[in-house]
Design a protein around this ligand. Structure first.
Ligand code: LMR
Length: 328
């Protein structure tokens, strides 16, 4: 009898323990399109490391860089289908999900990255994190890359230099309008195709940050770059509402903490690489980096800024004003 009671008790203990022992490790796939030696690449790897340290056995991050898992045109659809849990697409890639983020694409909006940080940390920037929530996506935070530069197969000093040239752009209507405003021919193409398009001369130029120009070797296939700082590439670190809300609360808190810390590291890398990767491009002697005089810069501003008015309705004047105010 006693043996039977002990047996029943043991079975009860084992059954109670079973769900814990069987609790499945949560796998978080993080897909991105850039190289690992970039702000986003470093941030993703740091996030993986922090989750491994703090949530061992409970959650694990798998990072897929360089469009290995999904290209930028597919990753958000894949996220809504549950095939990837975290991504950090450029803010220029959310057109299907929200028009509000288009604010970040307006040419010559932010005077420097401090202004970008200020806007993102303020109420308007924070509200934008949730601007795609109705479409099933939650922004967990912003990550910096940096200001964009123009690169081309010929020197670009004034707007008329780009007339008729083909430029690869991210899938953004604002960027399309920006290049049309200077009579260039914009082509929306995935990031993974840019190097080959430049190498084969299917396009004449592109716009990107120094870290992307360097890490993806665009400088090896472009004779000129212009220090134009005319726009921004920053990221929305994003997940799906379904995945996020389905996480146990304690794990969700830890993941968010790890993400915030990884973003701090990524932003530091971004600031460093904007300087060091630019220098590496100059030192390579493959690309000549051109400076704009104040007058030349003013010509680009005058030619591109009218684009703002075209998108004011979709974006909202209040949002544009808040972004402009962050320059002060
Ligand atoms: C691009 O497509 O040029 C960039 O958005 C790539 C990236 O993720 O930095």
């Amino acid at each position: 009898m006693r043996l039977l009671t002990a047996g029943v008790a043991l079975a009860a203990i084992l059954m109670a323990a079973a769900p814990v022992a069987q609790a499945k490790e949560i796998v978080i796939k993080f897909s991105h399109v850039v190289a690992e030696n970039t702000p986003k690449g470093q941030m993703a790897n740091k996030f993986r490391e922090l989750v491994a340290e703090r949530l061992a056995g409970k959650a694990r991050v798998e990072v897929y860089p360089s469009s290995q898992l999904f290209s930028d045109s597919k990753v958000l659809e894949a996220m809504l289908l549950g095939d990837v849990q975290i991504a950090a697409p450029s803010l220029s890639k959310f057109k299907k999900y929200t028009k509000k983020l288009q604010v970040y694409d307006l040419p010559f909006l932010f005077k420097d990255m401090d202004a970008v940080s200020k806007f993102q940390a303020g109420p308007a920037g924070q509200k934008l994190l949730l601007s795609a929530k109705k479409k099933g996506l939650i922004g967990l935070g912003y990550l910096h890359n940096g200001l964009k530069q123009l690169t081309a197969s010929k020197p670009l000093k004034v707007p008329s230099d780009v007339e008729g040239l083909k430029f690869r752009i991210q899938p953004s209507d604002v960027l399309q309008a920006q290049f049309e405003a200077v009579k260039a021919v914009p082509l929306k193409k995935p990031f993974s195709e840019v190097f080959t398009l430049l190498q084969t001369k299917a396009i004449d130029g592109q716009e990107n940050t120094w870290s992307n120009i360097y890490s993806k070797k665009f400088f090896e296939v472009q004779e000129y770059a212009t220090d134009s700082n005319h726009g921004l590439i920053d990221y929305l670190v994003v997940t799906s509402v379904e995945f996020w809300d389905g996480l146990p609360a304690d794990i969700r808190t830890e993941i968010k903490k790890a993400m915030d810390e990884a973003i701090v590291l990524g932003n530091k890398v971004a600031a460093e690489k904007a300087i060091s990767d630019r220098q590496k491009v100059i030192d390579s002697n493959r690309t000549k980096v051109l400076q704009l005089s104040d007058d030349e810069r003013a010509q680009w501003v005058a030619a591109m800024k009218p684009v703002w008015a075209k998108f004011e309705k979709q974006i909202g004047k209040d949002l544009i004003d808040a972004a402009v105010a962050s320059n002060n």
